[in-house]
Design a protein around this ligand. Structure first.
Ligand SMILES: Nc1ncnc2c1ncn2[C@@H]1O[C@H](COP(=O)(O)OP(=O)(O)OP(=O)(O)O)[C@@H](O)[C@H]1O
Ligand SMILES: [Mg+2]
Length: 461
């Protein structure tokens, strides 16, 4: 999309009912939009790959739910705006859609005039945001060092270290720490406070893609490298030239790819998939993991040479339970942010509630705390939040360390009960997910699944 935000913008209508697609298309085409259609998720994905500005996504489709497909869609086309069409008018559905990255949601049957207005508005705002963003990225970094909130000695040290790292030109950084401790945030802080700030910051989660796909995403591929490779494609490393590439969950990378990354770190060159020529590029690699890489090295799952190569500048993000003093500052920070975002009258947290929050174990760390505050603010209509606005339970406090698991006597349902057990196991294993899984006789994936579920505020309530 160029110039005027709307002129000729391409809209994709995804709905399995032909009549709905037709009526929306007629209406939007009359408004000057280019409209394409898809009846299934699979069709939608291939249209998205061709490039569209905005997607109207029905939630119920023959090959799956639109909501569940949102993350993949956003990954494939981060700049494409998605407006969800849902059959039910519920706050939960709306919040879920927005959380998954939808711009807006509309309830069916769709009012076509309202739809057109929403689309104009979305395209305009997105356009403006992009302009502001590029401007800001050039002028000043959007992430000051101060965005890492906290006053504990450990977090101050982390801030100081990240600032120092940002000022070094290109050495590799390894961020470690439990889930939700701020590794993503730290990576952005490094990039946007460095001389690379005006160049791209590219982000890829190594566990999200299967090996061959990850390789071609990272290194790009030549025309004809494999069946689908109709053209040459530049990978993230090339796209980030001069900037930084954030390799998240590097511990999940296959051994084969590990050696390719190692070669790149050592020689600053790589080959595109199917290519013979060396491409040489200057990017800073920022890697992150919540795994114990040293243990992975010992077990032969992670290359020792790569481990030492990555650890040039290691930064450990401390778990929240080891810096309880940061809880009130973080709560205030998130409270202000969400009160403003949701236009809620909430101003503060009552002292006793704050004390209780500080005593929680927070196995999901800052993310879990942020979600707890978000949920409380979203549902509250008073100026002051009290304990009952948060889902706190005494058994979640960090101190008591009895041998048996303590279950609260209030009536918890099966899900809450399982969450409770996971929290206690994590508190007991000092946040080590593998150990907590052993305590409960679960797999580590099951623990992770529950943690993710817990971190989703509404599904929990
Ligand atoms: N010190 C902090 N100050 C302010 N916000 C924070 C801080 N630490 C984390 N956050 C926020 O908490 C959330 C989770 O942090 P982040 O995504 O960086 O965690 P992570 O370590 O990458 O977790 P994971 O291992 O699950 O990917 C984000 O919204 C982040 O902005
Ligand atoms: Mg992360």
């Amino acid at each position: 999309m160029v110039g005027n935000a709307m002129n000729g913008a391409k809209i994709l209508v995804v709905d399995d009912e032909r009549l709905i697609r037709w009526s929306i298309r007629e209406h939007l085409a009359a408004d000057g939009f280019e409209v394409v259609e898809a009846a299934t998720l699979a069709e939608a994905m291939s249209q998205v790959h061709n490039g569209v500005d905005l997607v109207l996504l029905d939630n119920r489709l023959p090959d799956g739910s639109g909501l569940a497909a949102l993350p993949a869609l956003r990954l494939a086309a981060p700049d494409t705006i998605v407006i969800m069409l849902t059959a039910t008018n519920s706050v939960e559905a709306a919040v879920e859609a927005m959380k998954a990255g939808a711009w807006h949601y509309l309830t069916k049957p769709v009012n076509l005039d309202e739809l057109a207005i929403k689309i104009h508005h979305a395209l305009e705002t997105a356009h403006l945001r992009r302009e502001v963003k590029t401007l800001r990225e050039v002028v000043t970094a959007p992430w000051g060092e101060e965005t890492i909130v906290g006053q504990s000695a450990t977090i101050q040290e982390v801030r100081r270290l990240l600032g120092k790292i940002a000022r070094t030109p290109g050495s590799t950084v390894l961020l470690t720490g439990e889930s939700g401790t701020g590794k993503d945030l730290a990576a952005k802080v490094v990039h946007y406070n460095s001389a690379r700030a005006t160049k791209p910051f590219m982000n890829i989660t190594c566990s999200a893609l299967q090996e061959t796909l990850l390789e071609s995403e990272l290194f790009g591929h030549e025309k004809g490298a494999f069946t689908d490779a109709r053209t040459q494609k530049r990978g993230l490393l090339e796209l980030a030239a001069g900037g930084s590439v954030f390799l998240d969950e590097i511990g999940e990378m296959s051994l084969g790819l590990q050696s390719k990354i190692l070669r790149f770190l050592e020689e600053k060159t790589f080959k595109r998939v199917g290519g013979a020529q060396d491409v040489s590029i200057d990017v800073r690699i920022i890697a992150a993991t919540n795994r114990d890489l040293q243990a992975d090295v010992a077990a032969g799952r992670f290359r020792e040479d790569l481990f030492y190569r990555l650890r040039v500048l290691p930064v450990e993000l401390p778990p929240l339970r080891e810096r309880q003093g940061d809880v009130p500052v973080l709560v205030d920070f998130f409270l202000k942010r969400f009160a403003q975002e949701f236009k809620k009258p909430v101003r503060r947290v009552a002292d006793r509630a704050m004390q209780a929050l500080a005593r929680q174990a927070w196995p999901g760390n800052v993310r879990e705390l942020r979600n707890a505050v978000e949920r409380a603010v979203l549902l509250a209509d008073t100026e002051e939040l009290t304990q009952s606005d948060f889902l706190l339970s005494p058994a979640r406090a960090t101190q008591p360390q009895s041998q048996a698991f303590v279950l609260p006597d209030e009536g918890l349902d099966m899900d809450q009960l399982q969450d409770e057990l996971v929290r206690q196991a994590l508190a007991r294993s000092a946040g080590n997910q593998t150990r907590a899984a052993q305590l409960l006789g679960l797999s580590r994936d099951q623990i992770r699944y529950r943690l993710e579920r817990m971190a989703a505020p509404i599904a929990n309530g």
